[in-house]
Design a protein around this ligand. Structure first.
Ligand SMILES: Cc1cc2nc3c(=O)[nH]c(=O)nc-3n(C[C@H](O)[C@H](O)[C@H](O)COP(=O)(O)OP(=O)(O)OC[C@H]3O[C@@H](n4cnc5c(N)ncnc54)[C@H](O)[C@@H]3O)c2cc1C
Length: 404
């Protein structure tokens, strides 16, 4: 029998989803007596390498923003560093098809906000450091075992310490060690794309619009950013391309890359003037067959990773957080322990179909725009024009993307 330090909830991973869970759960009135620990490899430190913006940003949906606001994370400082987007323009690069979404059509001030990952993580980590019932344990998880046949999970850390809890939440990302060691089955396939991310400065201001072009070889997204002094010429790019094309683009010098980007974006913001350091990520879809086992639950990228073309990855993770906390609290209200299997199963029943539907839609989009068949291209082009004129259908899609 291993002697382990005991907690009520262990959260493996303090990334965007694990940290959000720690704050939302830790601040819930019914969780005040729980002892919660977040196990993360090392303390958070923004690694901007001299760049003005974090190259990793997310398009935060309104439902996610509201969750963060209710948890006290979305404050004035975060709001002033985030960039609202009020319009989204989606174009078919192989034709004239175009769909435009405007926040006024759904009676909202914004469609969402573009937020740098580090700007979002920093206040979450600061909040956790001040919470009486929640603490960080900075150490990598090296192994995961069960104490006995159906006992609690025990996390063995890289320094040899062991931690145990009746509920372990795996928020340790796409390559989750907890998921793997607990034997969760995973469906996974290569999207055939790599995503290039960087920050660019354009000749013209972005006008608080997000833009996306669908090409045969993959989508290109322009996500608006703003500096503290309200300079609106910076844009974060996510350029997903087939692997060979992504390698070719990465090998270009900055000037050549900016010229290709100006061309691919149809000079929508004039010339691309300059670019930060570029990063490239291979894209894989992953989906766990089950999200729960007795005493263990998967959230965020540990449960599902999705193509970034609609900027939904972390938004699905935040929706996981909202549902999981709701179900744990409901169990406690009913006099059950917070880790009761019925609570975890209720979480799975709600989140799995919702995540699957979004993953299916992204796969459909990717395939539709990857097609080089002339007939399909024509139908796609005409279909986009028609869809753009169908206000009720369009508004329904916008509300879905906003997380409502
Ligand atoms: C190019 C690109 C663009 C994207 N754009 C968007 C977007 O616009 N909108 C959006 O919603 N999503 C977007 N996403 C997806 C989004 O980044 C992810 O969904 C999100 O980061 C997942 O958060 P997470 O906390 O689940 O996992 P992660 O961010 O991977 O966090 C996992 C954490 O666990 C820790 N960890 C891992 N293993 C261990 C271990 N053994 N021991 C201790 N700690 C461990 C890690 O250090 C890390 O902090 C994009 C993704 C990519 C690749």
């Amino acid at each position: 029998m291993i002697e382990a330090e005991q907690f009520d909830v262990l959260i493996a991973g303090g990334g965007l989803v694990g940290a959000a869970l720690a704050v939302v759960l830790g601040r819930h009135p019914l969780a005040q007596n729980l002892r919660i620990a977040v196990v993360e490899t090392k303390p958070f430190k923004a690694d901007l390498r001299g760049e003005l913006f974090d190259p990793k940003v997310i398009a935060l949906a309104e439902a996610s923003r509201k969750l963060l606001e209710a948890a006290g994370i979305w404050d004035d400082a975060l709001a002033s560093s985030a960039c609202p987007y009020r319009r989204m323009v989606v174009r078919d690069s192989a034709g004239t098809g175009c769909v435009e979404f405007d926040s006024s059509e759904v009676h909202r001030a914004d469609l969402g906000h573009i937020v740098e990952n580090s700007a979002l993580l920093a206040p979450m980590h600061r909040a956790i450091e001040t919470m009486a019932n929640t603490q960080f344990v900075y150490q990598g998880i090296a192994d995961v075992q069960r104490s006995g046949e159906a006992g609690d999970l025990i996390l063995t850390l890289a320094d040899g310490r062991t931690l145990s809890a009746p509920l372990v939440v795996a928020a340790d990302g796409a390559n989750s060690l907890v998921r793997e060691r607990c034997g969760f089955a995973l469906r996974s396939w290569d999207y055939g794309h790599s995503a290039i991310v960087a920050t660019i400065r354009c000749q013209q201001p972005h006008g608080f619009s997000a833009r996306q072009w669908f090409m045969d070889s993959g989508p290109l997204a322009f996500l608006p950013l703003r500096t503290q002094d309200q300079d609106c010429h910076h844009v974060s790019i996510v350029w997903s391309q087939e692997h060979d094309e992504a390698q070719r683009l990465m090998a270009l010098d900055d000037g050549e890359f900016c010229r290709e980007l100006t061309f691919a974006s149809e000079s929508a913001l004039g010339d691309v003037k300059s670019i930060s350091r570029r990063f490239v990520f291979p894209l894989r879809q992953r989906h766990a067959v089950d999200y729960v086992q007795p005493g263990v639950v998967l959230v965020g990228d540990a449960a599902h990773t999705i193509h970034p073309l609609a900027g939904q990855g972390v938004n699905l993770g935040f929706a996981d957080v909202a549902t999981l906390v709701e179900e744990l609290a409901r169990a406690v209200e009913r006099g059950l322990p917070h880790w009761h299997l019925s609570a975890l199963q209720r979480y799975q029943r709600q989140r799995k179909p919702a995540n699957l539907a979004m993953m299916g839609a992204m796969e459909g989009f990717k395939r539709l725009f990857a097609s080089r068949q002339p007939l399909l291209r024509m139908v796609r082009n005409d279909g986009m024009g028609l869809f753009n004129r169908l206000a009720p259908l369009k508004n329904q899609l916008v509300r879905k993307a906003m997380g409502f």
